[in-house]
Every structure is written in structure tokens, then in C-alpha cells.
Design a protein around this ligand. Sequence first.
Ligand code: SF4
Length: 912
Amino acid sequence: MELKDYPPPERWDDWLELDPKSWPRKVQRRYTLVPTICFNCEAACGLLAYVDKETMQIQKFEGNPIHPGSRGKNCAKGPATINQIKDPERILYPLKRAGKRGEGKWTRVDWHEVLEDIGSRIARAIREGRQNEIMYHVGRPGHERYMDRVLKAWGIDGHNSHTNICSSGARLGYQLWLGSDRPSPDYANARFILLLSAHLESGHYFNPHAQRIIEGKMAGAKLAVIDPRLSNTASMADYWLPSFPGTESALLLAMANVILQENLYNANFVRDWVNWEEYLRAEHPAIECSYENFIIEIKKIYSEYTPEFAENESGISAATITKIAREIGKAGSAFAAHIWRSTASGNLGGWNVARCLEFLHVLTGSVGTRGGVLPNTWTKYNPTFWLEPPGQKFWNQLLFPDEYPLSHYEMSYLLPHFLKEGRGPLDVYFTRVYNPVWTNPDGFTWMEVLKDESKVGLHVALTPTWSETALFADYILPMGHGGERHDLQSQETHAGRWVSFRQPVLRVAQERMGNKVNFTYEANPGKVWEEDEFWIELSWHIDPTGNLGIRKYFESPYEAGRKLRVDEYYQWIFENAVPGLPEKAATEGLKPLEYMRKYGAFEIQENVYQQHLTDVNPEGCEIDSISGVAKKGKAAVGIQIGEKIYRGFPTPSRKLEFYSPTMKIWNWPEYSIPTHIRSHIPVEDLDPSKNEFFLIPTFRLPTMIHTRSGNAKWLNEISHRNPVWMHTSDADHIEVEDGDLIKVHTEIGYFVNRVWSTEGIRPGVLACSHHMGRWRLEAEQGSRWSSALVKIEDAGSGCYRIRQLQGIVPFQSEDPDSSRIWWSDGGVHQNLTFPVHPDPISGMHCWHQKVRIEKASPEDRYGDIFVDTQKSFAIYKEWLEKTRPAPGPNNLRRPLWLTRPVRPADEMFYLK
Ligand code: SF4
């Protein structure tokens, strides 16, 4: 046998390998290799499942070399999919609550009973006009538009997501400039890369991005990293800028100032593509509306952001700021940068950091260029369907309340607070791969509400694993991992557009062998199902006769009136809605579905640069004489520049909005242009004599998912602690040593953790990874690889304590590795001790905390937690006061041009 980097696709049907466990004997094993997609973060990297043809079991997962995003490479979490599938602790059958909610008593039920019960309950709510009492709350989506279609077909406004604890901040910053809420950096071709994150090791699309950052570096690009923590990424950088958290916008605006004053900006790009005329007309009507005057004006405005001012705010030297600004100016259109979470999700006004970062792209003309940053709307593929349900005729105030007209998106983590103050009950609440009790701030408020049947009538947890939230469900429905389900996924990983196909690999392998499989749960372990088929079946149970108008969306596009099969859903999309796929498949004599089943991915377009310059056919266009915006009917389709009409950007002006009329009209005139917004924890608010610190609780470990790594044994063996990073000088000051226990006091309680004394963090700042501290209430129920057994004590008046009864210990199971567990520490759950901090504009939870540290007393134990939910509710109210509620102009709840998931009919945007 010869050595290969990847099995060639022509041999995927019958691949021969030596069995490593039989070494030194040479035992051959035959595999059929089935492509699928990793489900362990949002990057959607390709995987190849090795299914043993003799046992028809999955042996391992490796990378799919055909996949355009990941190109055969994966992080540790990709191959660990095999752990999740073979985990002896996983939930294999549908479970129904047998005792009180949260009591841990379950009985096994079959899928038919589940569908009957939930379907009839939803049907009743719809018939009674209680559509807003049905909600689907997703943690990890991993599909493109599937659920949007389902929920619209049901006619409900019930889509909730995790976005506001994750990326709302960065998204809004990008959206205001571009009309697209995600960046797609072309790192491989960049000359200068600036990261406000630990992007080589974790973060959004980090594996596809990391490989391209390294390619860029190998081709000579310089890398700068802004992060108070010396992450693995910062350690690889040419410049590490450990700025004080929350001061990044000052730093970035000082760079913008240097670029402006030293004339390093791209004058042609700024002249053509910035809405400067709109700005001058609105804000400086007394001066002549000329580009030259605009430049004079912005040079004046940003001159106050001197490098010295930024040094004073951020702690980064003026000389370093100036040097990096010049490097960015020199890189010009080949400047690539990225922010997703980090400071944008940590601080009040975090959204504005993304806006200030994008300002540097606009000034350098690195928007949409080779080596620059592309808007995600160019690089992401979204499917269309044979039958599109119309926008729903409901607006759910539990998702988009009037207080947050610009939120990006649903105010998801405030759901229990809204329910607690009587904004409405939920009748049927689905959590799907979502664990808010553990992941969100203020988890005890979540527990209080989930236990209360008057607030949540039926809680259905769709999950591949046990979770702290599933403990408070009425049904736990086991759904598949990455290799156990169908999905389409496309992500903006680079300057290309692609689509990939997640497949239930055992089902596909069975079908390759000629065996018929009706439902995916027949091929998966136990009765583990997939959502695609579940929603089709549930929709038929809600509307068996078609009278509610729902059933028709779940009928075959190929045979009227017959129930839709999952392969037909994808068949139709691949045949009709993926440009170039049918032609490509035909070159191999395959049908489009066969092609995707074989390869698992398809590149729709390479090098998707400068789409804003696409010509628009002027026929039928009406051009606004002042703005130059071209409209066909009501829809803006382009912008006239000179003699031509270009597609431009999907903003109201079709240009890059330096000036945001949206911010002005919606009551935030002080933020109508990029500016510096101070964090909710300014440095002068911290009193070192009281041991007060700034805590960063958000950083990710490269080996961890949120909840689902709990049942991946390899990942837990690598990472199982989350000590508090503290600078050595701070540790000396409070007289603690590495490994000592400290009590970290937040606004609503405390947690007890160990110190990691290190020089890899800025003095005055602490950091603790949010990935750890999983817990369970029953000795043998939960993921024992990762969770401590705990006891919750109700201390009265809304106060609760948690104490760990036992750390991680070996246990007996069918996997012999479970008796070899050598680690005992599972970390500490810090998120429980954080109140909600909703940014009044983006709605992002501002994760960063002001904390007070003291040495633990003899009574304190590792992992102890105390929380006062009355205090947390008062803090929720306090932050609510910061908002400037709808209505906006014309009685609007929200600007019509801002994106909104599962968008309702336009008429619903108006307050009655
Ligand atoms: S980056 Fe890692 S976890 Fe994320 S999809 Fe790729 S392989 Fe999976």
C-alpha cells in the first residue's frame, strides 16, 4: 500500500486501510467513505466518515479534501465527532418527564407518541390564535433556511437564537456600514492582518481562517493582535497590543486619524463609495457639498483621536499605534481584519468597535478587494425553495420588544426576565442544541422560569447530549451529531462561495449497500433522529388535513399531496437552486443529488471580489436626483456613479454608510458617525486598593465546544480546567500564588476558582474561559467525562448556592476509557454569577464584569457558587432604562432595511 495524504475520491466507495490496532500484523479493513460536515462549531468544515463495510460502523472521521472552506483540514473537535457518536453516556431514545420538572425522572417513549402530543398542542395554539406562545430557540443552527421555512409555514413569529450572547455587537457594527452583518476576510492574499480576537486558535470559522492567515503570513503579511491576553494567536503575531479592554475604539480611531492626516487613505474609493454627500447635507448644510470639504471635515473630527489620546485610554504606546496605522495604510486594499466576539461582545458599545474597525477598511479601500474584507452577502449561499411561505402576520414582543428597535437580533437571553415580569407565557418552547441554563448569564433565573409550568407550558429539548437545560424539559428528544443528520451549510470563510452537505453517514452507507432506509433513526444509533425529518412529520401532525394551510409546504415537489421525503427536499434544491451544480454533476454523469452525496461540497464561485461594481441594467430604473439611488418599483437596486449604475451595497444609500441616518432617526444622533464609546467598566472605576479587577469571561479554548464537548472524551482529556488568569504583579499584590483558591465577587454573587499566575495577561485584567464548569444533579445522569456532581441549595429570597459534591471520577461503561479517567477537575461555572447587561442599541449582552477578589476562606470550596436573582432582576431593570424605545418614524418598530431572522410581513413592522 502506498502513502496518501487523502484517499482519492474515485476510491471512496471502496477504501482499503491497515487496521492500526492489529499492528504488527497487517490486517486489512475495507471502508466506504461518506462525506459530511462537522457540527462542532459554525465553520462547517468537511469531514469524511470511514464506515467499515464489514461491521457497518463508523471507525473514524478525517478531513474532506474536496471541501472548499476547510480543504481537508480540521481542528481537534472535528475528528472528536467519533467520541460523541460512540459516547456511552449519550441519549439514545426519546424521553418524557416522569416526576416534577427538574427532578431527573424520565420514561422512554416512542417517536409516534411524541409527535402526537406536541403536534396536537401546537395545532390547538394556532387555532386559538396563540401563535406567539410557540417558540423555537436555537443554539447551534448548522443549516441554511430550513427552520425559517418551517416556522413561516406554521405562520408563527417564534424563531429565537443565541446571537445576542455571541455576535450581535460585531454584526451591528458591520451592518451599519455595509448592509451585511459579517466580514469575510481574504487573509491568504493580505499584506497586513489585524485581529481583535484569538483567531488562530478559536473564534468564528477559525480553522478555515487560521489556515489562510498562516498562508498570508508565509507570503509575507504582517500580523497584529489586539487582546489583553497573550493567546496562542497573540504569541504568533508580529505585534501584540494588550490594550485595556473596552478602549479598542479609541485605538482604532487613532489609527484612522494617522491614516487621514498622513494622506494614506484611498481617495478614489472614499470619494466613490462613502455616503459623504448625505453626511454633509444633513450635518453641515452651511458648507459646500464637495468631497474636498468632506475630507477637511473628517480630518478635523478625528484629529482629537491622537495616538497620545489612545495611549492614555488603552495603555498601548502612541509610537506603536502610529507604526501599525502606517503599515495598514501601506497595505492599502490588501488589509484584512476581523472582529466577531471579544471586545464587541464584552463591552457597552461593543458594536461600535466593529464599526471603527470597518472604518479602517473604508479608508484604505480594502472593502471587497483581493486581500481585503468582503461582505458576507457576497460569499454566503442561501437556498430557495419550490414553495416559499409568506412572511408571518405576527410580531413577537418576547423576541423583538419595543425597547430594542435596533437589536441584532432577538433579545434571547432576556426571555426569562420577560416571562418573569408577565410579558406572556409560552405554551410550547423548543430548545435546540441550546443550553441557556449553563451558557447564558443569570442561569438561575432561567432555572426558575423553566421550572414554572405557568410560564413555560411544555419544554421540548432537542439535543444530542445531556445538558443543564435538558434537565428542566418535559421531553428530551435525541437529535444527531455531525454524521447523523442532513443539513446544507455555507459559510463566508474566504473570497469564495460554496455549499456543503451534511449527511447521516450510516444511512448513506446502508443505501450504498442497497439497503432501504425510511427514516434516519433506523440507521443511527438507538432511535437518534434528525430534525429535518422530525419537522416534516411534526408539521403533518399539526395539520393532518391541510386545513391550516401548513401541510402543503411539507408535500413533495415531485408529487402533489404526498408527504415530502428528506432526499426530495435536497434533490429539488440541488437541481434548481445551486448555480452550476447540475452542469458540474453532469460532467461526471451524475445527478446533482448524487454528486453531493458523493463529494459533500460544491464550490459555486471562486474569487468573489468587487461585487459592488456589478453593472445594473438601467432599463426600468428610476434614479433619485439627489442621492443617485436607482430603484425598480419600490426596491433599491443600485447607485449611479458617473454615467453608470452599479449594484453597490445593500444599505439605504447603496454606499458605505460613514454617516448613519438610521442611528440619527432612531434617537441615537450622538452615534451617527464612528466615535469612541466608553465601556461600562472604565478603568478609573476600578479601585486596586479594594482588589477590583476587570474580568474577561469569554475566551474560548481551541478544543472545546460549548455543551457538546462534554461527551467527547479526547477533548476533555486535553482541556478540563478554567483557572483565573492573573498577572504575576497582581497575584503578588493580593498575596496569592499559582493554584490558590480565590473568591471572585460579581454584582450578584460569587464563584470560587483557582488562580493561574502568569505574565501572559495585562495587569489589572483577569480572564477565565467560559468553556468549563459543567455540572449535573444526578450521579449517573449527564456527561460524566466533563461534569461535576453538584448540590443546589435554595437559600431563600431568590438566593441559591451550588457546591460540588464530587469532581470528575472514573466510571464503568462499555467504553473501557471511562475507567481510565485520570483528571478530577472539571472547572467552575462562572456564567451563573453574571447578571444580564443588554447593550441598549445592539442588544448584545456585555459579558465583561467588574469583580472584586478576595482570598478564599477555610469554609470556601473549589467550585462554590452563590447567586442572588433578586439583585440580577434589579440589574436587568437598570439596563432596560438605558434604552430609547420604538416607535421610530412612521410608527415603525424597527427600520425596514435592517435584517431580521424569519422576517414577518412588512405590515408587522408598524406599531398598531
Ligand atoms: S473548526 Fe473544528 S469544530 Fe469547527 S467545523 Fe471545523 S473542524 Fe469542526
